[in-house]
Structure formats: structure tokens, C-alpha cells
Design a protein around this ligand. Structure first.
Ligand code: FES
Length: 457
């Protein structure tokens, strides 16, 4: 092969002329703005960073669960907003919204699964989410108290990977739901009912008591109208003289009895952390084929100490957190029983966060010094991240003093909706809870007991 050498003087001359050539091209270039990139415009429309929504309707599902219908802001109140008159971004059944809040000075987010179908959403230009009341929570009581028709709400666009994928999943889906973890399944069964005639579903839904079955009427109707495609099994954990249905937990034996032998089925699991732990153990005994279980992890858990490998001594740890964020460095005091993300939010250093379950990577941070415990069920780190000291504050608990580097939240803080009612610390103390009391996404049990799994203390 011949190699053409231009000569060192010609190359040197070209190198010297380079800045002059560049300056000449800049002088001749148009001063007009570049025309909008259509692909970029489409991408931004489909994946907006923040949506402004308005509560249009509030429905009570059970005494402990309410469904909120959200529409683009301005549609109801007529107020100016950047979403008014626009179509909401489309989504896939099983996805969630990450809602943003500013509650008495604390900036927090919570993921809630969308519980209407994509078709209904496209037709009516709305999303629906169901929120379980939670006495000791931080966000759920705020929603229950503050949200009424006309309230302004801020959220991400639809996110998440929990859903049916025809190239990957079997035609027989087994839904394993606990408590408020039924909400993503509602979107799925509504979509499947009208849009996926080849699919069939076996639904096992556990709740602490019969009164806490959300969408019970709809489920019973579904089973009655299409028995060949939808088998519904409601399982109440507690004894109730009025309940003549199944009782107990969603065990492996029960899953096998009601859904049949594994092999040609895809299992989908969503529920509170206690239920996840319990059902995953039961499923392990069934020896499912690889890749046949889909999970919607329930990130922040106040029951981290129930994880078998959690070091008991860390439960009452108080530690110092040295945080580098952008140009600033701060030292804050924190507790080992809460996630590092909650400690950051409490201190007003909220990094970006969406799933709060160690899966999306938005809160990915660098651990510069110290040790953390990461719950195995929510450890979504890549191998390289583990090796080079990255972690997700939303699913990690400190085991010692920490020094970390966290990303800056690219979104500006929300406007304060009303006069501040005390400091963040007072806000948290007054509820007796940390901002992580509810467990997302869609995994809030209607009561403090995780339905379908062991009872929470
Ligand atoms: S918020 Fe998704 S990984 Fe932390």
C-alpha cells in the first residue's frame, strides 16, 4: 500500500493557516439562528422535563385510596401555563410519573404509576394516578389535604420500564399485586382488554383486608365479562366474617395452583417492600425460567433492617454527610435508618430523582469516602459503577460517615405554594416521618401492613 506524504513544510503551513481559515469561515457564516431541529423538537415534546398539570377530578376508590385525574394546566383553571392546550406525552402501560412537591420548604419527588390506559389518556388528554392515604407519611397526607379540582401539580413525563413487551414476554401474564401496587396493572388490563386480544391474564391481588381492595368492582366485572382471558383472585390477609374469598398471603404454592405451572408465563410483581421480599422468596422456590419475572421495585423502605444482610448495628447510626454538589460543599447530620437521598432532601440539597428505586440512574452519585448498604432488590448499578464507587442515594443507607459528590438538580425549585409553615426539620418532626415514608412506585399499601406479605411492625 502506498503512503502519500505531503511533506512537513506543507503540513506545517496548513497548521499555521488553520486559525485564519477558521476566522474567515466564521466571518462569512450567517448570523441567523439555526433552524429548529425537528427531531429535537419531537424528543422534547415526548420527554418533557417538567409538566404543569391541574387536578380535574378526585374519586374515592376505598376509604384509604383516591384516584386523581390530571390534565394539562390551564384546561380547567384557564391560567397561563406552558402546557395549556397541548396534548400530554404518550406513555406505555406500566409507566409512572415522578411528581414534584415543595412541602413546607422541603423539595421532594414521588413516583406514582399511571392507572389509566394509554388509549384513554390519548382520547381524553389526561393521566390518572391513585394515591393511598398514609397517616404517618409526608407526601400522601399533603396530596390528600391539598389536592382538589383546580390544584396545580408538577410532574415529569412518563417514565419506567415496567410493562408488557411482545418480543420478550409470554402471552400469559401473571400479575402479582399487593396494596396500592395494583395501580400499574389497572393500566395494563385496560389496555390488554381492548388492544391485545391474544393475551390472557391471571391476577393475584393481596390486601390487608377486603375493604382495602382498590378497583375491586372493576376487577370482578372484568373476570365476569371475559372469564377466558382474565382470572381474578382476591386474597385478604386478615380474617373478616364478611369475606368468603381467599385468605392469607401470595405464596409460591398458591401462585402455582391459581396460575398453573411456570414455563409459558411472564410474572409481573408490584407491591410494598415487605410483599416484594416475601413473594420473591416464594417465586425463587418455583424455579422460574430466566427472564420470566418483571418487577417494579419499591425503593425507599423504612424496613431496611429486615433485609437479611443488613448490619444490625447500623440501624441507630447518626452520621456526618459531607456533600459536594456543583460549586458548593456542605456538611450535614443524617440518620442511618433513612436513605441518603432523604438526608439530602431534608438539607435542601435534593439531587435529581425519579424512580427512587435505584433503577433510573437520575440520582447517581459518587462515593468518595465511607460505606453504604444498598438493598439488593433495588441495586440497579452497573458493574462499572460498583467498581468505580458510584451509587444511588435513593436506595442506599449509610454505614459510616460519608463523603459524596451528587449531581445538581437541573430543574429550578418549584414556587412555594403558600406561606412557609416552619422549617423543613419542623415539617418532618410534625408528621413524625421522613419524606420517604410512602414507598414508590405505586407500592403504597393502603394500611401500614404490606398486603400479601408479612405484616409490618
Ligand atoms: S432516583 Fe432513580 S436511581 Fe435514584
Amino acid at each position: 500500500m502506498a503512503v502519500h506524504i505531503r511533506g512537513k513544510y506543507r503540513d506545517l503551513w496548513a497548521f499555521i493557516r488553520q486559525p485564519l481559515d477558521r476566522a474567515r469561515r466564521i466571518r462569512r457564516a450567517s448570523a441567523d439562528f439555526l433552524p429548529p431541529d425537528r427531531l429535537q423538537t419531537l424528543t422534547t415534546a415526548l420527554h418533557p422535563r417538567r409538566l404543569e398539570l391541574t387536578v380535574q377530578q378526585v374519586r374515592s376508590e376505598t376509604p384509604l385510596a383516591r384516584t386523581y385525574r390530571l390534565v394539562p394546566a390551564g384546561q380547567i383553571t384557564g391560567q397561563a401555563s406552558n402546557q395549556a392546550g397541548q396534548s400530554l406525552p404518550p406513555f406505555r402501560s406500566g409507566q409512572y410519573l415522578s411528581l414534584e412537591f415543595r412541602i413546607r420548604g422541603v423539595r421532594v419527588s414521588r413516583p406514582y404509576s399511571i392507572c389509566c390506559s394509554p388509549g384513554e389518556s390519548a382520547q381524553g388528554n389526561y393521566y390518572e394516578i391513585t394515591v393511598a392515604g398514609c397517616e404517618n407519611g409526608f407526601v400522601a397526607p399533603h396530596i390528600w389535604e391539598q389536592w382538589r379540582p383546580g390544584s396545580r401539580v408538577y410532574s415529569s413525563g412518563p417514565l419506567g420500564q415496567f410493562g408488557y413487551e411482545p418480543l420478550r414476554d409470554h402471552d400469559h401474564l401473571v400479575f402479582l399485586a399487593g396494596g396500592c401496587g395494583i395501580t400499574p396493572f389497572r393500566s395494563l388490563w385496560r389496555q390488554i382488554r381492548t388492544g391485545e386480544p391474544s393475551l390472557r391474564c391471571t391476577i393475584l391481588y393481596g390486601a390487608a383486608s377486603p375493604a382495602e381492595f382498590i378497583f375491586r368492582e372493576e376487577l370482578e366485572q372484568l373476570a365476569a365479562e371475559m372469564p377466558a382471558r382474565f382470572q381474578v383472585h382476591l386474597i385478604a390477609e386478615e380474617a373478616d366474617p364478611q369475606w368468603h374469598g381467599l385468605r392469607g398471603l401470595i405464596t409460591g404454592k398458591r401462585i402455582r395452583e391459581l396460575a398453573g405451572e411456570p414455563g409459558d408465563k411472564t410474572y409481573m410483581l408490584c407491591g410494598p417492600p415487605g410483599m416484594h421480599r416475601f413473594v420473591e422468596r416464594e417465586l425463587a422456590a418455583l424455579d422460574l425460567p430466566a427472564g420470566s419475572l418483571r418487577k417494579e421495585p419499591c425503593g425507599e423502605s423504612e424496613e431496611v433492617f429486615l433485609s437479611l444482610d443488613y448490619p444490625a448495628a447500623a440501624r441507630d447510626l447518626s452520621y456526618t454527610l459531607l456533600v459536594h454538589q456543583g460549586e458548593s460543599t456542605r456538611t450535614i447530620a443524617a440518620r442511618g435508618s433513612e436513605t441518603v437521598l432523604v438526608a439530602l432532601e431534608r438539607a435542601g440539597l435534593a439531587p435529581p430523582a425519579q424512580c427512587r428505586s435505584g433503577q433510573c440512574g437520575y440520582c447517581r452519585s459518587q462515593l468518595l469516602a465511607g460505606r453504604v448498604y444498598v438493598r439488593p432488590e433495588t441495586d440497579g448499578r452497573r458493574q462499572a459503577d460498583r467498581k468505580f464507587g458510584y451509587f444511588h442515594p435513593c436506595s442506599s443507607y449509610a454505614l459510616s460517615d460519608l463523603e459524596i459528590c451528587v449531581p445538581v438538580n437541573p430543574l429550578p425549585p418549584l414556587p412555594e405554594p403558600e406561606a412557609a409553615e416552619g422549617s423543613p426539620e419542623e415539617a418532618l418532626r410534625s408528621t413524625g416521618a421522613s419524606p420517604s415514608t410512602e414507598v414508590p412506585p405505586s407500592a403504597q399499601a393502603p394500611s401500614s401492613r404490606p398486603a400479601g406479605g408479612p405484616t409490618k411492625k
